[in-house]
Design a protein around this ligand. Structure first.
Ligand SMILES: Cc1cc2nc3c(=O)[nH]c(=O)nc-3n(C[C@H](O)[C@H](O)[C@H](O)COP(=O)(O)O)c2cc1C
Length: 264
């Protein structure tokens, strides 16, 4: 699982000291792996001489630490968090391929419980019209299920459906977003949400905006046909997100409550 290059290893013990499951030991001046381990990669990251590899992973992806790239000041970080807004009005441009790659990388590099990396990211842009058509086509079935199981959602979605039927541009599920992301995660309930937050931050860094859609989570969770199209049959929906370039410019932050904060 973990490969030690004995020629490079200097026996410093940093990998053994940082391994969360105690799977590494220094024996006769060299690090040795004795498993089991969940491949968190701390041994790769901490080794001063790049002596550690995990053959199952793309080791070419590993980047060296460059101090200048950690230039997000605490002020800028908080500013970015405060300035982020839910976007419900998008410009028509599609999201460029390299930005999509960055967004998805931000998701898949996010922490997961026991490093399971079990999130599935379904990014829909080229086939968004097909997906939207399927959502509306299945809406009568979805409404039938919701009337039994979640009448409040049924009421809201019935209103959305009537509005959309009167004018397909009046769409409270997708607004006019050019891209839509579904995160499916069956591991820890936090996995998908944490990935979503990093994805949104990455999107914002690229000048894009996002809207979390609890409504679309409910729609997809209720519809076997949509889950089949998304290739997530039998799996949970952890997050739905609209993505695209905002057509709105916000000039300032918004106020918030003081927060329910307990400091002891
Ligand atoms: C988990 C979650 C689900 C949400 N679902 C929806 C939704 O279905 N439709 C919608 O218009 N906004 C949705 N929102 C956006 C919230 O309404 C929004 O965050 C809130 O109004 C504050 O606005 P801001 O995000 O611009 O600060 C959701 C937000 C979160 C965090």
């Amino acid at each position: 699982m973990i490969e030690m290059n004995r020629d490079l290893c200097i026996g410093c013990g940093k990998c053994a000291a940082d391994c969360p499951v105690g799977a590494l030991h220094i024996i006769e001046g060299k690090a040795e792996f004795s498993g089991p381990c969940f491949q968190c990669g701390h041994c790769v990251a901490v080794c001063p001489v790049r002596a550690v590899a995990i053959p199952e992973y793309e080791m070419d992806e590993v980047e060296e630490y460059v101090p200048e790239t950690f230039d997000i000041s605490p002020e800028n970080m908080l500013h970015a968090v405060k300035f982020r807004r839910s976007i419900r009005n998008y410009r028509p441009e599609k999201i460029e391929g390299e930005k999509v790659t960055d967004i998805l990388n931000a998701g898949r590099y996010t922490a997961t419980a026991r490093n399971r990396q079990a999130c599935t990211f379904i990014f829909i842009q080229d086939q968004l019209e097909e997906f939207k058509a399927l959502v509306w086509e299945n809406m009568p079935d979805i409404l039938r299920s919701l009337r039994k199981d979640a009448p409040r959602y049924a009421k809201t979605f019935e209103r959305f459906y009537e509005k959309w039927k009167a004018d397909p541009k009046d769409d409270n599920f997708f607004y006019n977003c050019p891209a839509f992301l579904v995160i499916s995660a069956d591991n820890h309930p936090l996995d998908g949400g944490l990935a979503a937050a990093n994805i949104e931050n990455m999107a914002v860094a690229h000048g894009l905006g996002a809207l979390y859609s609890g409504y679309m989570m409910r729609v997809i969770s209720t519809s076997p046909a949509l889950k089949k199209w998304l290739e997530i049959e039998g799996k949970g929906v952890a997050c739905c997100m609209l993505l695209g370039y905002p057509a709105v410019t916000y000039k300032r932050t918004v106020p918030r409550h003081g927060g329910h904060i307990i400091r002891k």
